[in-house]
Ligand binder design. Structure first.
Ligand code: SAM
Length: 187
């Protein structure tokens, strides 16, 4: 059972991010992805990003935690939701963009190449990925929840071929330059 499969951990996380606004990342995505495109979000958590993405795009939310998915479904009964693991991504559907915000750092580092190659298979021609990461080179575990920090170079090396970099920039989540986002286009 994963950390976010427990209701208490989900409730604590929701409380922790209550005041957090994610609109900056989505404003950047909008510069690169036309309105009306189909977007799959990995790891929706409480669904703040999904709500924002839905204002511009045709969205599908996903998470590996049924607790988060059920809570979102209660508030948005007609939302298009999938229970998906961000590595195996077991779906036949395709999307113009796959987005995640602070999710892929929970994967074991050796699973990152498989996740990106599965994501590539789910993208339409010329489709985009946008993901955010904590910047750094350490690895931590907090109550069984893994946090893998990346530098831009290390991440690009691990992802390998099949994409071109559209945008890559550090930003501040809690402290200056503690995070970066990457936008990749399927080649
Ligand atoms: C730190 S939260 C971020 C949630 C949301 N994106 C946000 O910005 O508030 C991480 C989310 O990733 C999900 N997650 C963790 N590991 C996952 C995996 N292997 N596949 C899919 N989702 C995963 C968790 O259930 C949780 O919803």
């Amino acid at each position: 059972m994963g950390y976010f499969d427990e209701r208490k951990n989900v409730d604590d996380y929701i409380k922790m991010v209550e005041d957090y606004e994610a609109d900056e990342l989505i404003a950047i995505l909008k510069k690169h992805l036309p309105a009306g495109s189909t977007v799959l979000e990995l790891g929706i958590g409480p669904g703040k990003d999904l709500d924002l993405l839905a204002q511009t795009y045709t969205v599908t939310g996903s998470d590996s935690s049924n607790v988060f998915l059920d809570l979102y479904h209660e508030k948005h009964p007609s939302a298009d939701l999938l229970m998906l693991d961000a590595v195996s991504l077991e779906t036949e559907r395709t999307f113009d963009c796959i987005f995640s915000n602070k999710v892929l750092h929970h994967l074991p580092k050796p699973d990152i190449p498989r996740s990106f190659s599965r994501q590539r298979e789910l993208l339409t021609d010329g489709g985009l990925l946008m993901h955010s990461f904590w910047y750094g080179d350490k690895e931590e575990e907090f109550q069984g929840l893994r946090f893998v920090y990346y530098t831009e170079d290390e991440l690009l090396n691990i992802i390998g071929s099949g994409f071109e970099v559209v945008a890559l920039e550090r930003y501040k989540e809690e402290e200056d330059d503690d995070s970066f986002y990457i936008i990749l286009r399927r080649t």
